[in-house]
Design a protein around this ligand. Structure first.
Ligand code: ATP
Ligand code: MG
Length: 386
């Protein structure tokens, strides 16, 4: 049994195309254990995985999480010979009860004497003759796909959708500020899909003694770690910093300052990790901290660019992705984010940078920032090979 893997966007990458393809092959290889496949090879703009006969691994679930794969199919291989292709096709057709069909052939290997049109006609006529089936181009009950490569002909019926995008690790590293709500896990996932590897940072007020929050974050990051080979999560104690901020900053502005200080700390992690940019789950005007005015003031404390892939998304669409990637249930468990600790009922929604900077002049937190990084609890999640 074979798996034919298709990608789409990689194909448009000009000179870098082969780098992207190799990365995708590497990522597939590192997700599967040697016990499940004989070989994994690139061939004419697709990847062919030859599975071991006794493979018991649920390859489908694994490939569905590998970014860069547009779709994949479990296929039977025939020799590059029209009679052998007919024979294998007939075997598949006879197993199915459908009465109307369509054949879609693709000839990647141009030396094969039949082009796709001729193949469709020849194989279609053969099935009509041998089984009780009719051609229906517009609404077939079953579609047969035949792909001609130099390594053989591959025949299949179902295309399983992948997540598309680009292979993780192909475009660089980002630091995701993850909070335990619905948004930030989805934002991180979107960056996986753009080929980024993601390091996670979470701030928690340890003095509030809510270990439930950390539990929740660990579970969320564990879920997201399935999209890359190795994942690091920095759990940063934020309690002493918050106490200091509370002493100096009026409650109306605290949330803004909390988030500005988070960036100052995360910046050091970004440097250590050699990551390029931050990722947050911000979405315009979803909560008080996310007015355009406040976002401007909060992001001004970050030296590196802040990417917010959900900035223009509606909540409904974010929830839909969270459900699809399996973070919804974890995100909706009750918890209290430290950002909402001792803040005003009516927090500022139109912050001004000069005012915030003026208030921050009285903060003595440089040592506490260093200390919070030293005390970080770093968790590593390895994606085990299946
Ligand atoms: P989310 O659903 O991600 O919690 P939200 O809509 O609830 O977002 P906020 O809680 O204001 O909005 O957080 C906005 C963003 O700030 C989050 O998406 C996240 O990137 C970052 N953030 C907030 N709290 C934390 C935290 N405790 N640790 C790390 N990042 C945080
Ligand atoms: Mg939140």
């Amino acid at each position: 049994m074979f798996v034919v893997v298709h990608y789409e966007e990689i194909g448009t990458k000009g000179k870098n195309r082969s780098m992207f393809e190799k990365k995708l092959v590497d990522n597939i290889r590192s997700s599967l254990s040697k016990n499940s496949y004989e070989s994994i090879k690139r061939s004419y703009g697709r990847i062919l995985i030859e599975l071991k006969l006794d493979n018991k691994v649920d390859i489908k679930e694994i490939l569905k999480k590998i970014s860069g794969i547009a779709n994949f199919s479990f296929a039977v291989k025939a020799e590059l010979d029209i009679e052998d292709i007919k024979k294998e096709l007939l075997k598949i057709a006879e197993k199915n009860k459908e009465k109307t069909f369509r054949i879609s052939s693709r000839r990647g290997h141009k030396e094969f004497p039949y082009d796709s049109q001729k193949l469709n006609e020849e194989l279609g006529a053969y099935l009509v003759e041998k089984c009780d089936m009719k051609v229906s181009l517009s609404k077939p009950e079953i579609a047969f796909f035949v792909e001609i490569t130099e390594k053989g002909a591959f025949i299949y019926t179902d295309k399983i959708k992948g997540i598309g995008g680009l292979p993780v690790g192909a475009t660089g590293k980002v630091v995701s500020l993850i909070s335990g709500g619905l948004d930030s896990p989805v934002a991180a996932w979107k960056m996986f899909r753009r080929g980024c590897s993601v390091v996670f940072v979470h701030f928690n007020n340890e003095t509030l003694n809510k270990s439930g929050v950390e539990d929740k974050i660990v579970k969320l990051v564990e879920k997201l770690s399935h999209y890359q080979f190795k994942t690091r999560l920095y759990l940063i104690p934020f309690g002493r910093l918050q106490n200091e901020i509370i002493k100096v900053i009026p409650s109306k502005y605290r949330m803004i300052v909390y988030r500005r200080v988070m960036f100052k700390i995360a910046e050091k992690i970004l440097e250590n990790e050699k990551a390029l940019e931050f990722v947050t789950g911000d979405s315009v005007a979803q909560v008080a901290s996310q007015t355009l005015e406040n976002i401007k003031v909060i992001y001004a404390s970050a030296k590196s660019p802040v990417l917010s892939p959900l900035i223009g998304e509606n909540k409904k669409d974010i929830i839909k992705i969270a459900e699809e990637i399996g973070t919804f249930e974890l995100s909706t468990l009750p918890y209290e984010d430290c950002c909402s600790f001792l803040i005003d009922k009516h927090p500022e929604t139109k912050a001004k940078l000069e005012n915030i900077e003026k208030l921050e002049e009285n903060l003595k937190i440089n040592n506490l920032i260093e200390e919070s990084i030293e005390k970080a609890n770093i968790k590593v999640f390895m994606n085990k090979r299946f």
